[in-house]
Design a protein around this ligand. Structure first.
Ligand SMILES: Nc1ncnc2c1ncn2[C@@H]1O[C@H](COP(=O)(O)OP(=O)(O)OP(=O)(O)O)[C@@H](O)[C@H]1O
Ligand SMILES: [Mg+2]
Length: 250
């Protein structure tokens, strides 16, 4: 039987590569394969996660406190190393990347719940920091601050602007290098609902104007609803995947 199959394969012409579901299917931006990570003490923080995220897609990651959301995001962002499994960006496996810091700074923007802006630097200098003193750093930082609606606050220090403005400055810093992927860990965790709505609109703009891929960890159903898909994590594994509303209601 096997011999017959092998022979019939040899006889037939070389098959054309299969086209994925449709010609218009967007490229895979991030592929996560069998990703696992345990912490000392036997905590299986991330357990065998498989996930493909399309270019320009917004994915929300939800789950109870301690379910492994931040660990997963940090593994996806190469801030942490998995025990097993892999993460690829546009077909490039992170295990093959020699200079991870450089790759990260070009490809991935990070937004954390705590903004980590340096208190003594102006918003402009904070946003220019990832550009490592490049000649046009301040112009690009000013443009990124303009993009998030902070053109009028560039010379303020973080302590002299509102919490929402600080978070927007953190987003400006994350996008100043024009990354294709933005990873955000509870970006709206410390802001009021008006600011949350403004941040969500900003995320939507980043997707529609720059085709950016967004992965957002959140506890807020209102934030998750804006995603294309909501990944529910339980005890380090994917519990279920739900469709979100994407940008449809904006
Ligand atoms: N550095 C660490 N060392 C040991 N255990 C850790 C470490 N970081 C996280 N953990 C544990 O791993 C599990 C997952 O943690 P993680 O921070 O990923 O959860 P989370 O879903 O982001 O929670 P939260 O919603 O509270 O931010 C938890 O049990 C946590 O206590
Ligand atoms: Mg967390």
């Amino acid at each position: 039987m096997i011999a017959t199959l092998v022979l019939s394969c040899l006889d037939s012409p070389v098959p054309e590569p299969q086209t994925p579901t449709s010609l218009a299917a967007p490229a895979v931006a991030i592929a996560v394969r069998s990703l696992s990570k345990a912490y000392p003490g036997g905590i299986n923080a991330v357990r065998d996660i498989n996930l493909e995220i399309a270019q320009g897609e917004m994915v929300a990651i939800m789950g109870k406190s301690g379910s492994g959301k931040s660990t997963l995001l940090n593994l996806i962002g190469s801030l942490d190393k998995p025990d097993s499994g892999s993460v690829s960006y546009h077909g490039v496996d992170l295990r093959e990347v020699r200079d991870l810091a450089r790759f990260r700074s070009r490809e991935i923007g990070f937004v954390f719940q705590l903004h980590y802006l340096l208190p003594h630097l102006s918003l402009l200098d904070n946003v220019a920091l990832p550009l490592f003193g490049q000649r046009d750093a301040r112009e690009r930082a000013a443009a990124a601050l303009g993009e998030v609606g902070l053109a009028h606050r560039v010379h303020h220090v973080p302590g002299k602007v509102s919490g929402g403005e600080r978070q927007r400055a953190a987003i400006a810093r994350a996008i100043v290098n024009n990354p294709r992927v933005l990873l955000a860990d509870e970006p709206t965790g410390n802001v009021d609902s008006v600011t949350e709505a403004a941040l969500l609109e900003l995320f939507q703009n980043l997707r529609s104007r720059h085709g950016m891929t967004l992965v957002v960890v959140t506890h807020e159903p209102s934030v998750a609803a804006r995603a294309d898909r909501i990944i529910h994590i339980k005890d380090g594994a994917i519990d279920r995947i739900e469709a979100g509303k994407g940008g449809r209601e904006l």
